[in-house]
Write a protein that binds this ligand. Sequence first.
Ligand code: NAI
Length: 285
Amino acid sequence: QNIEGKTAFVTGGASGIGLGIAKALLGAGMNVVIADIRDDHLAEAGEELGSPDRVLALKLDITDRDAYAKAADEAQARFGNIHILVNNAGVGVVGPTELATYADWDWLMNVNLGGVINGIVTVLPRMVAHGEGGHIVSTASMSGVMPHPGATIYVTTKGAVVSMMESMRGELEGRGIICSAFCPGAVATNIQKSQETRPADLSDTGYGQADKRRQQAGDMSHLFQTKEEVGQRVLRGILADELYILTHSEFRPGIEDRAAAMVAAVPDLPENEEYKATFAMLFRN
Ligand code: NAI
């Protein structure tokens, strides 16, 4: 796949993983739009990225559907068609499930899942219409593919994103649009500042502050990958059309256990051939 000279739209592109991805795509010769809710991150990222002729920094709250469409218009006005959409902006707060209020659920669902939905509704029809092929990468997490007790809301959003990419891939690849679920492990970013962009009407409830486990684990930052490492990983995943883009080998046992448990749960019943044929047509089996 030749991406040089084409255009990428990266949400949450002004910090952390999104900025790492923006850097990698810029290095591969793309035009890159970074769309982010934070002015300070946008200003810092602009400095870090340089290349003003191939970078467009846009302020965007991905939960605002009208603003998303305007941002896509602006991107197209500057660079033409969008070929790569990176649904990356997200917030991370974890806590005990019984303390999670509707405000906590709504905030995380609106950004981490709603933002991806808004990206797809806004950009996918444009990608299909221009017919030049495309790629949609959505940043989920290892929390989207294996159990992460104490992070119920977060895993709900990330699991949904993985399922979206898996199913959309089967639907769209015949039309030259590839979908990938990016599932990183821990990366050094600003995600700990997530609460700062929480909307006032979904104000803090104490859910996140009650997360004692994470606090007791202390500083783990020396174990984290860098944004540049994961940015390069995503670039390789895009170039190789990978469905799952993973960053950490340490999660192999968890992935194997989950897959094995699912296989073991398949009932040992005689198979109905008509059922099999019908559903093989509808599902990807
Ligand atoms: P980050 O906080 O450094 O970057 C996220 C960016 O998204 C920030 O610049 C923030 O301003 C922006 N953002 C937040 N809400 C937004 C909104 N409503 N509209 C537009 N922009 C918004 O954090 P990080 O870690 O780089 O997060 C990126 C993605 O990676 C998230 O989806 C996160 O869930 C995911 N992730 C992060 C991991 C990590 O260890 N840091 C691990 C697995 C997944």
